[in-house]
Design a protein around this ligand. Structure first.
Ligand SMILES: [Cu+2]
Length: 69
C-alpha cells in the first residue's frame, strides 16, 4: 500500500532528510522517497495509517501538506 504526499516548503537536501526521517519514524511506514523537484513524498506502508498521522508528522517539522493521495 502506498500514499503520495504533496508537501509545500521543502527547498534543499536538508528538508528531504527531515521529512524522510519524520515519516520513517512512524510505526507502519516501510519506506519513504522524497522528490524535491515535485514536492512529493511517496510513502510505502506495512499497514493502514491515517492521513492525519502522516500530515502531523510532516507539519510538526514545519512543512505544509497540501494533498495526500
Ligand atoms: Cu531545506
Amino acid at each position: 500500500m502506498k500514499k503520495v504526499l504533496t508537501i509545500e516548503g521543502m527547498s534543499c537536501k536538508h528538508c528531504i532528510d527531515r521529512v524522510t526521517k519524520a515519516l520513517n519514524d512512524i510505526n507502519g511506514v516501510k519506506s519513504v522517497k522524497v522528490k524535491l523537484k515535485n514536492g512529493t513524498a511517496t510513502v510505502k506502508l506495512d499497514k493502514e495509517i491515517d492521513n492525519d498521522v502522516l500530515k502531523n508528522a510532516v507539519e510538526d517539522m514545519g512543512y505544509k501538506i497540501v494533498d495526500i493521495k
